[in-house]
Design a protein. Structure first.
Ligand SMILES: Cc1cc2nc3c(=O)[nH]c(=O)nc-3n(C[C@H](O)[C@H](O)[C@H](O)COP(=O)(O)OP(=O)(O)OC[C@H]3O[C@@H](n4cnc5c(N)ncnc54)[C@H](O)[C@@H]3O)c2cc1C
Length: 400
């Protein structure tokens, strides 16, 4: 019998890095960030930098939401190809959303360097490869548009991809801008750093009701304590869909696994994120300790909790796919896990104000590149708090 964990590799590897008290008395503060995942960590950091008094609360321990399940690929590439997004919101606007992803990766790099945060941040390239002949035609169209908007792309033939990456495909876009890191570790370290500068953090704090209609929003907690503030920023991840009447995302489960260490791979793969054009797509990257991480095999949410046998089936399917894509690979699974996931109609996040909630802003970084969307909130949220407009907030608005 081989026993395996159902927890994510990142969580097992790091453990619970920091623990905080729960709220046990009434609190008055300026801004409450609800949610201690990567969105909350980056938003709280940006607000601390601007001098706000910030309090963070989470009903779980810090980083225990989607952030602990994340495979931490940092991509400027949105789940919806640029040419399709251009059809939805216009070519120039779509290109701006893609360019914002490149800026977000640079911003994360600068943040990690400035504060010397040890989270395995590594700049890489990204290989987006065609899984079929038909998909290759669309990928070429995608390439031309990305080239037009100077997104740092190069076209690789099927032969070049096979020779360099040992990947069987029909052609690929190689992008210069991408990175990987340990987002769980970044979340914890960034929050910890800000705690030293005055950020108040409370975990295991259950909310009974958010009352945002008053001039001063009020948060009533299950233990009868209260928090009063001027503004609430909801960084509450996929569970936020339950708070909103507006249908903003389709939810499903997604799966990932990592190989044992010292897997033999072509050298270039260690510097490259890889994903294909299939639906659902498969994606891969190597880890700091020489493993190959693969993910994909999404499934519907028509069962209300994760089931181990489905996870096992999905992991087997992922490994079969990788053996098909990379002939001869010796992939020995070490850990596998699953997580909830949400995608929006245009692949873009929801960042800003919802007409359903007064005195509140939302950072809902849904989609395959949720982390780069969370990073964009660092610039957007302080602007919106000052009552100013932000071009990206226009693309990411509620009610669109
Ligand atoms: C398997 C998997 C792989 C992924 N891979 C990638 C990837 O490679 N690259 C990428 O960019 N993204 C990836 N993602 C998506 C990415 O992980 C998410 O976009 C990101 O972690 C979301 O962070 P968040 O802070 O918004 O949400 P979360 O991490 O879920 O944090 C929300 C927090 O809010 C708290 N909360 C919720 N409601 C309340 C409430 N009412 N009161 C108090 N607290 C509350 C929760 O407890 C939680 O801690 C992946 C996701 C999964 C599941």
């Amino acid at each position: 019998m081989r026993l395996r964990t159902f927890e994510s590799f990142g969580l097992i590897k790091n453990g619970l890095l920091y623990s905080y008290p729960s709220v046990q008395e009434n609190i008055e503060t300026e801004i409450v960030v609800v949610g201690g995942g990567i969105s909350g960590a980056l938003t709280a950091h940006a607000l601390m930098e601007k001098g706000y008094r910030v309090t963070m609360i989470d009903k779980r321990d810090i980083g225990q939401g989607s952030t602990s399940a994340s495979t931490s690929l940092l991509q400027y590439e949105i789940d919806i190809p640029l040419y399709q997004l251009a059809e939805m919101i216009g070519e120039k606007s779509a290109a701006k959303c893609y360019q914002a992803g490149i800026t977000a990766i640079k911003d994360l790099d600068a943040l990690v360097r400035k504060h010397r945060i040890d989270c395995g941040f590594k700049n890489k390239e990204s290989l987006y490869f065609a899984h079929s002949k038909k998909a290759c035609k669309n990928l070429q169209k995608e390439f031309e548009l990305r080239k037009k908007y100077k997104l740092g792309v190069e076209w690789l033939s099927a032969k070049e991809v096979l020779n360099t990456y040992n990947i069987v495909c029909f052609g690929a876009i190689l992008s210069a801008s991408a990175a990987s890191m340990d987002v769980y570790k970044l979340t914890h370290e960034l929050i910890h750093l800000n705690v030293k500068r005055g950020l108040e953090v409370y975990d295991q704090t259950e909310v009974l009701e958010f009352k945002t209609n008053n001039t001063k929003p009020l948060i009533l907690l299950k233990n009868d304590s209260k928090i009063t503030c001027k503004k609430i920023i909801f960084c509450t991840g996929f569970e936020t869909t339950k708070m909103l009447k507006e249908h903003i995302a389709k939810l499903f489960y997604t799966y990932a696994c990592v190989s044992e260490e010292k897997i033999k791979l072509p050298k270039k793969i260690f510097d490259t994120l890889m994903w294909d054009t299939n639906d659902p797509y498969i994606y891969m990257r190597t880890t700091d300790d020489g493993r190959l991480l693969i993910g994909g095999e999404d499934s519907s949410m028509n069962f209300s909790f994760f089931q181990n046998h489905i996870k096992e089936k999905k992991t087997t399917a992922l490994i079969k796919k990788i053996q098909h894509i990379m002939p001869g690979i010796q992939y020995i699974e070490d850990f596998s896990w699953g997580g909830s996931f949400g995608s929006t109609k245009d692949g873009l996040p929801y960042i800003g104000k919802s007409s359903e909630w007064k005195n509140a802003l939302f950072v809902l970084a849904f989609g395959g590149n949720g982390i780069t969307f969370s990073a964009q909130a660092m610039d957007i949220i302080p602007q919106l708090l000052k009552g100013k407009k932000h071009e990206l907030a226009g693309f990411y608005r509620f009610g669109r």
